[in-house]
Design a protein around this ligand. Structure first.
Ligand code: HEM
Length: 110
């Protein structure tokens, strides 16, 4: 059943994002000590498979999570359903994924 699969995907993506947020905050606190420069950030992220997986996983989880969450809210507030709701979900999810992937590529790919 689609509803159950979406429900599971949204909660699983939330579980993935929880620890990633904590990791992100920890790195931010560490990274801003002694000032923050783009050169310093890029030295850490460029060419790093680990940071590619970290931020890439983050973007993937957010894209899935936000698209499903907004789909539920749109359906509940406007009653939208069927193909229009499917299209909204995919445009939102793929749009976030593409924008996020571009940002991840910009800081991790050499
Ligand atoms: C670290 C980041 C995040 C975590 C840990 C998180 C966690 C959660 C959890 C646990 C729920 C389920 C609540 C329930 O059981 O009803 C939820 C719902 C929701 N989340 Fe997130 N979330 C995060 C980021 C985001 C982002 C960036 C968006 C962007 C739009 C978003 C949009 C939503 C929406 C719209 C719902 C409501 C879905 C519904 O009413 O069924 N979340 N979130």
């Amino acid at each position: 059943m689609l509803g159950l699969r979406l429900y599971m995907a949204q909660r699983l993506s939330a579980m993935v994002m929880g620890p990633l947020v904590l990791g992100h905050l920890a790195v931010m606190v560490y990274a801003i000590q002694g000032g923050l420069s783009s050169a310093e950030i890029l030295a850490r992220t460029q060419g790093s498979v680990a940071w590619f997986l970290f931020y890439g996983g983050f973007v993937l989880a957010v894209s899935i999570h936000a698209a499903i969450g907004l789909r539920v809210i749109l359906h509940e507030t406007t009653g939208l359903r069927g193909l229009a709701l499917e299209l909204f979900t995919w445009v939102m999810g793929l749009g976030l994924l593409i924008m996020g992937a571009r940002a991840v590529a910009a800081v991790t790919v050499l």
